[in-house]
Design a protein around this ligand. Structure first.
Ligand code: FAD
Length: 265
């Protein structure tokens, strides 16, 4: 299958189209392999839904859908939920006005130069970086959720989501090892942003040159000096990161203000 027309992109922006396509894939494709949700899976999905309902920096119809999904999950007294009931809600079979999530996949910042490259895993990283930043800059959004006093909550829910649902099992295994090693040391919401950045760079390092690498998007230690010169410094000729600057950069890059709506449908 030839790739559809290449979409022009600005690598310094976030694209809502990637975030929405990622949510579509997560809710309508990845979750669909679980015919019923119960136990730890159900708890993880509920917590994940609370997180995105509160923190997803999205358009009104999408946020309304996430809020409705969250309220519905919380209100259900069942300890088992068939996936099809979730799908009906996501597809808005109830015709609740003003709620909608497109089912078209439109990767922009996450488009690959060939099919099978980039796409969903790229959007999942993007989603979770965005959520760690939103949790730090809008802490009031988590009020009354039970999550408000936990600076690690986004990372913990990401960890459980990856463990229970992420289709790439080898990735989940690797991520679990990193989480086990050091996630507990995170003490503030800013440290949570930096933890995820560091671990993502560790993954980039491991995957550089691997067959899954898109030659148009080589795995680099990110952000590169051309994106953020101040993030880099050299001590006695050795490269190190200026983490204060990295934090500022991440808070800017993954902020609502940096989102482009180009190519959203
Ligand atoms: P991605 O690595 O997906 O990055 C997406 C975008 O995030 C980049 O374009 C860039 O804008 C930004 N970015 C890059 N680095 C950082 C950073 N350090 N901090 C913040 N933002 C950054 N694949 C495997 O083959 N093996 C694995 O073990 C594996 N583990 C994974 C674990 C997780 C939790 C996830 C979500 C994915 C994993 N993947 C793994 C997939 C892999 O990491 C990439 O997502 C995939 O190869 C697509 O790469 P990409 O070029 O789109 O960039």
């Amino acid at each position: 299958n030839a790739i559809e027309t290449w979409k022009t992109l600005d690598r310094s922006l976030l694209y809502m189209s990637d975030l929405e396509s990622g949510l579509h894939y997560l809710l309508r494709v990845e979750l669909a392999s679980h015919k019923t949700l119960e136990g730890a899976e159900l708890k993880t999905f509920k917590d994940f839904t609370i997180l995105i309902a509160k923190l997803f920096p999205g358009r009104q119809p999408v946020v309304k859908l996430l809020e409705t999904l969250q309220e519905w999950l919380v209100s259900l007294p069942l300890d088992k939920i068939p996936y099809n009931a979730i799908l009906d809600l996501v597809n808005n079979k109830m015709r609740i006005s003003g709620m909608f999530l497109s089912n078209r996949i439109q990767w922009v910042g996450c488009q690959g130069s060939r099919q099978q490259l980039r796409g969903y895993p790229c959007s999942l990283w993007t989603l979770f970086h965005t959520l760690t930043v939103q949790a730090a800059i809008r802490p009031e959004a988590l009020r009354n959720t039970g999550f408000e006093d936990n600076p690690r909550v986004v990372l913990q829910i990401m960890r459980r989501y990856i463990q229970h649902f992420f289709g790439c099992r080898e990735c989940a295994q690797h991520f679990e090892e990193m989480a086990e090693e050091s996630m507990d040391s995170v003490k503030t919401v800013d440290e949570a942003i930096l933890w995820l950045w560091k671990k993502h760079n560790a993954v980039n390092k491991r995957l550089a040159g691997a067959p899954s690498e898109d030659p148009e998007f080589p795995k680099v230690q990110w952000p590169t000096p051309d994106f953020c010169p101040a993030c880099h410094k050299s001590i006695k000729g050795l490269h190190t990161w200026n983490e204060d600057e990295v934090l500022k950069f991440l808070k800017r890059h993954y902020s609502t203000e940096n989102i482009s709506y180009k190519y959203t449908v």
